[in-house]
Write a protein that binds this ligand. Structure first.
Ligand SMILES: *Cc1c(COP(=O)(O)O)cnc(C)c1O
Length: 467
């Protein structure tokens, strides 16, 4: 993490509101990435966002009713918000490797709850000097998500299913990262590890950009005046997306409450309301699989900020998490959390009803993750009476989860994803993105599934040899 989070100057958001997305991104990155020139940063942003998204303004906002702004982050190559970071991360990495000048190849090791994997594969596909390995929980991702990964093209990519859930997969990947003998083996071969998960700060910065950009867009459109408070609601799993909103707030964007929305795996709802983080609970597989997470990686970074960057304290609570599956923060930290965060959760039924309500009322179709956020926001508004305008992060195309979306809007149970998608097209008139519809004709390349204990072996056999 940066030692200090840079702060925007007065009037800076108004200036940003006059620029396009890539220029805004350059401006914001420059505050953090001081060893890159502005030209380099602009090159990274343009390489990532121009021609790769449906539109050169990659993050459109759709207004629903008086107070709600849906920030659609899924118009990229893999139809989930992960593209916003994972399209640009390879550009950062290649330029950083040039600057480091040690000629080492980078091996990207990634655990995915469904969307990160494909977005990372797409971002790193055939990028010179990199290889990428993705592990996903077998049976823990949607059919479309699995097909997206299994059919990935490229010479430098591998994908493997793991018997276990996402937490098991992510924990095993973190263990591989810190295994000295594996790292030594890689070093012998002129390689080093890096991560495409949100433990990599290169994932978080591009996410900070879209929150600032969204606020600037609302100023530009005259929806708000500069300085007006806006809340942000985020469907949350690993706490990466909402943490980016928190950093944007730290930078001075007038965000009020950050509303953390969870599905039935509501460990964060409990933590943000009681200060106790406890993963000793039932794990649910839901219709919003990318949020089926109990060990939320980036929470550590929030607590780090809130305990005045006391790294000793963080080491202590992370040890407690490893050993007992739980930790508890003191009241000073809990009260800081409550100043900024609100939290809530809903189950599959709540999300399903919300998809239907949005479709009936606004002809707006949203995916199962986004529906969790809207539902939690509506409950928050009801309980608190807080009518502050709200940006809601819309994190995936509804066509990534077509069976659940079809059931929500029509009551139909269609077991086949592609048939379900066709029916949604007929009902809604909205086209399935081509990169998803063409999956029905592609042959899977990667069908291997391994035990957790064999993940390290898979990594070594994939990257150990050639160099
Ligand atoms: C990854 C993901 C989330 C959760 O984001 P975090 O940064 O892990 O909190 C929510 N929705 C979708 C569609 C996702 O892919």
């Amino acid at each position: 993490m940066p030692v200090e989070i840079p702060v925007l100057e007065k009037g800076e958001i108004t200036e940003l509101s006059k620029l396009g997305y890539c220029e805004r991104a350059k401006h914001i990155f420059a505050k953090f990435m001081t060893d890159f020139s502005e030209d380099e940063l602009l090159e990274c942003a343009e390489g990532a966002y121009i021609g790769k998204f449906e539109n050169d303004e990659p993050t459109p906002i759709v207004k629903l009713g008086d107070n709600v702004y849906m920030l659609e982050l899924w118009h990229g190559p893999t139809c989930a918000f992960k593209d916003m970071a994972l399209q640009i991360l390879p550009h950062f990495l290649v330029k950083s490797a040039e600057k480091a000048g040690d000629g080492k190849k980078t091996v990207i090791l990634t655990a995915t709850s469904g969307d990160t994997g494909k977005a990372a594969l797409e971002g790193f596909c055939d990028v010179e000097g990199t290889e990428i390995i993705v592990f996903y929980p077998d049976n823990g991702v949607s059919k479309i998500q699995q097909l997206q990964m299994q059919t990935q093209k490229g010479k430098n990519v591998s994908v493997c299913g793991v018997k276990g859930n996402f937490d098991d997969t992510q924990t095993a990947v973190k263990t591989i990262f810190t295994d000295e003998s594996i790292r030594a083996k890689l070093a012998e071969n002129g390689k080093r590890f890096s991560s495409a998960n949100s433990i990599n700060v290169g994932r978080l910065l591009p996410q900070v950009v879209y929150y600032i950009s969204a606020y600037a867009d609302l100023v530009a459109k005259g929806e708000i005046s500069e300085g007006e408070t806006v809340n942000v609601t985020v469907p949350t799993g690993n706490f990466g997306n909402i943490l980016a909103a928190y950093y944007a707030k730290q930078m001075g964007v007038p965000f009020g409450k950050l509303i953390c929305a969870s599905n039935a795996n509501n460990v964060l709802t409990d933590f943000l309301s009681t200060g106790e983080y406890n993963v000793n609970r039932e794990f649910f597989m839901t219709e919003s699989p990318s949020m089926d997470i109990l060990v939320s990686s980036n929470l550590e970074r929030l607590v780090f900020e809130l305990c005045d960057k006391d790294d000793g304290y963080i080491i202590e609570i992370m040890k407690s998490l490893r050993e007992h599956g739980a930790y508890c923060v003191p009241d000073e930290i809990l009260s800081k959390i409550k100043e900024t965060f609100a939290a809530g959760y809903t189950d599959d039924k709540g999300a399903e009803n919300r998809i239907k309500m949005l479709f009936d009322e606004y002809s707006y179709l949203c995916d199962t993750h986004t529906a969790v956020a809207v539902e939690v926001y509506e409950k928050y508004k009801e309980v608190t009476g807080d009518k502050t305008k709200t940006i809601i992060a819309s994190t995936a195309s509804p066509y990534k989860f077509p069976r659940a979306v079809l059931k929500a809007i029509s009551g139909m149970n269609e077991p086949d994803d592609f048939e379900a998608a066709k029916k949604i097209e007929n009902i809604s008139g909205l086209k399935m993105p081509k990169q998803l519809s063409e999956l029905s004709e592609k042959e899977p390349r990667f069908t291997k599934v391994c035990e957790r204990e064999n993940m390290a072996g898979f990594v070594l056999s994939t990257v150990g040899g050639d160099c």
